[in-house]
Ligand binder design. Structure first.
Ligand code: ATP
Length: 328
């Protein structure tokens, strides 16, 4: 039996989490769910975006599922802090094209491995005289361990190339360390091809020749931007899952946010959340069931009979979730 923390959060986070729970209730594994609060609504109720109790529940579970949160002005981001609390230093973001989904390319299959704990997400900003300053911290330790994860993922996925993305021509010291760490760790993996691009060129290639990428490793902000760009290549945020992994914990969440514009209408695409559940099942080493879930999503999309409005249909979130479960 697995103990799973469920943190639905705000907006469509709650709607897609209902779909995730429905899926988990219908697969042949035993789960015990524990529920935690986080986000904007939680702040209104409890005066904090991330209560201690939620952190405690998350730390005690085998894996965490997170929906989405709406940012709360003047308050720290609960998801950034939760990733830090759990030291889930690697953010895995697969970008994959699916049959039946209108996209710019039909043969994209990339894994973006994004550093999750430092870079421009330090949340350390301050004022000095008439300047405002954001700290961009890059350490050797974090750069080496994220490269290690990228090479290991490359092997697990039976791919054979890892690309490091940086801006070391301008950020000579910080991104110098990031790039050096990548090639240093890469020496342990002689069988894997390695290359590196400046982030501006990398962004252009993502659009012009995404097939050239297999696994990308990048610092926090660059990885974030490239993965949304990648999601745009292959059918949008409704199809983009993610996993945050560390040495002790795993947290899985859709790439999208709480989408206030469509929240409460039960029309959010549940695929990114459901594919995040599949990533959680891989993390729990339930590979067969995970593959069943991924295949069921692919079949539902290929058939195209039941799809949410973002994919050009008129199904509700739960109708799509039920169609996916029906394919399993
Ligand atoms: P937040 O402030 O919480 O980050 P946001 O609206 O700025 O929310 P996202 O939630 O990431 O950013 O989404 C951007 C847009 O993409 C949304 O406004 C919505 O229209 C669309 N979108 C995102 N996720 C989905 C989904 N699962 N299904 C359908 N449309 C989605």
């Amino acid at each position: 039996m697995y103990n799973i923390s469920i943190i639905a959060g705000d907006g469509i986070g709650r709607e897609v989490m209902e779909a995730a729970e429905y899926l988990l209730d219908n697969i042949n594994l035993e789960f015990k769910f524990r529920y935690g609060e986080a986000g904007y609504d939680c702040y209104q109720k409890n005066g904090t975006t991330l209560p201690e109790e939620t952190i405690k529940i998350a730390k005690k579970s085998d894996a965490v599922l997170f929906g989405a949160n709406t940012s709360t002005p003047g308050q720290p981001s609960p998801i950034i802090n939760l990733r830090k609390e759990l030291d889930t230093y690697a953010n895995l973001r697969p970008i994959k094209s699916y049959k039946g989904v209108k996209s710019l390319y039909d043969d994209v299959d990339i894994l973006i491995v994004r550093e999750n704990t430092e870079g421009l997400y330090s949340q350390k900003e301050y004022e000095r005289e008439d300047s405002v300053i954001a700290e961009r911290i890059i350490t050797k330790k974090a750069s080496e361990r994220i490269s290690e994860i990228a090479f290991k993922q490359c092997i697990d996925l039976e791919k054979n190339k890892v690309t490091c993305v940086h801006k070391s021509n301008v950020l000579k010291k910080t991104d110098g360390v990031f790039k050096e760490s990548f090639y240093k760790i890469g020496e342990k993996y002689p069988e894997i091809e390695k290359n590196d691009f400046y982030v501006d060129a990398a962004a252009m290639y993502m659009v012009s020749q995404p097939q050239e990428y297999q696994v990308i490793v990048a610092s926090n902000l660059f990885g974030d931007i490239l993965s949304d760009e990648g999601a745009g290549l292959v059918g949008g945020l409704g199809l983009a899952p993610s996993g945050n992994i560390g040495d002790k914990h795993g947290l899985f969440e859709p790439v999208h946010g709480s989408a206030p514009d469509i929240a409460g209408r039960n029309i959010a695409n549940p695929c990114s959340m459901i594919l995040s559940v599949a990533m959680m099942l891989d993390y729990l080493k339930e590979f067969e069931i995970s593959n069943n879930v991924k295949d069921a999503v692919a079949k539902t999309l290929a058939k195209g009979e039941v799809k949410t409005p973002d994919l050009g249909g008129n199904a509700s979130t739960m109708e799509m979730a039920k169609a996916i479960v029906g394919e399993m």
